[in-house]
Design a binder for this molecule. Structure first.
Ligand code: SF4
Ligand code: SF4
Ligand code: SF4
Length: 305
């Protein structure tokens, strides 16, 4: 299970306005390029994560809108790599390029999933098996791309970032000044306070408090916290006002059965690798992984940005 002192991002869907400033900030900080896209009858853009778009805001339009709300209604979701505790991408990576990296900022630690482009062999197994379809291979860069939780920002010396007083005297006088230090770019930019960053324990506590508020004060009886247990616990914690499916989030993200076989028997360095049994037992699992890989590649090729 996830460590309570790990770093995590909180996304509160009940506060998100769909402004997509976080998307822009992510591209800006991580030096991703832009390409022209077509209007597909939705404000959602891009329609898929790509190697150049590591996160996107989903504009989920429900078939049946909540009775208490206006006719126009969206379930906004921030979607990207979830930094799973039991990350499938780490389990299947045959070259060891994708790993969990430990970072520390002095008072807490973070375990983030990151891929070393120098070690990546472009097999795309991580793309094919990710339960959230959240990573992409970029042919030009020869690298896997996904949210890295602004690894480089959150591990910087806090002194490198201005305090609220240094950033703006007006900001410093605000009743609840926005901290400016060591936060991921999307969190720093969020215009409505829908994003927060801290230890996982803190983010879960804030999420639970908000859910209690939504139930009591707003009558949202289906409000819930998402990300507590999925894939061993996510490092993105969500406050939802309704069922995860309405937000485009899988209630039980499925890890392909072949992944366990691959990790135990076939992957280079696997504990039982080399047994004659491998070929027979793993064939179905590996076939599944490869099929998923092809599906993933087709899916990735279809996205705009
Ligand atoms: S969401 Fe996918 S890419 Fe991200 S850590 Fe989980 S398995 Fe890996
Ligand atoms: S944490 Fe950084 S890389 Fe991840 S979505 Fe936010 S801005 Fe992008
Ligand atoms: S910046 Fe904040 S309010 Fe705007 S889309 Fe992103 S999470 Fe939602």
């Amino acid at each position: 299970m996830a460590n309570p002192t790990d770093k995590a991002i909180l996304f509160d869907a009940s506060k998100c306005t769909g402004c997509r400033a976080c998307q822009v900030a992510c591209k800006n900080w991580n030096q991703r390029t832009y390409t022209r896209t077509d209007n597909n009858g939705t404000y959602e853009n891009p329609l898929e994560l790509t190697a150049q778009a590591w996160m996107r805001i989903l504009f989920n339009e429900p078939e049946k809108r909540p009775a208490s709300d206006d006719e126009l209604y969206w379930y906004f979701t921030k979607y990207q790599c979830m930094h799973c505790t039991d990350a499938t991408c780490v389990k299947v990576c045959p070259s060891g390029a994708t790993k969990k990296y430990k970072v520390s900022d002095g008072d807490s630690e973070a375990w983030l999933v990151k891929t070393d482009p120098k070690q990546c062999i472009g097999c795309n197994y991580c793309v094919a098996t990710c339960p959230f379809q959240a990573c992409r291979y970029d042919e030009a860069e020869k690298a896997i791309n996904r949210c890295v939780m602004c690894f480089d920002r959150i591990t910087q010396d806090p002194e490198a970032f201005p305090t609220p007083e240094q950033a703006s005297p007006d900001l410093a006088k605000a009743p609840d000044p926005v901290p400016t230090r060591n936060r991921p770019a999307c969190v720093q930019t969020c215009t409505s306070g829908a994003l927060d960053f801290g230890t996982r324990e803190e983010m879960v506590a804030k999420a639970e408090e908000r859910v209690a508020f939504l139930k009591k004060e707003r009558g949202k009886q289906k409000a819930q916290v998402y990300g507590l247990d999925q894939v061993g616990g996510l490092h993105y914690i969500y406050v939802l006002e309704d069922d995860p499916a309405l937000y485009g989030l899988p209630e039980k993200p499925s890890v392909p059965a072949g992944v366990a076989v691959w990790e135990a028997l076939v992957k280079p360095g696997a504990p039982w690798g080399g047994l004659a049994l491998v070929g027979l037992v793993a064939a179905a699992g590996v076939g599944y992984v490869i099929n998923k890989r092809n599906e993933g590649l087709e899916r990735a090729a279809g996205g705009g940005e």
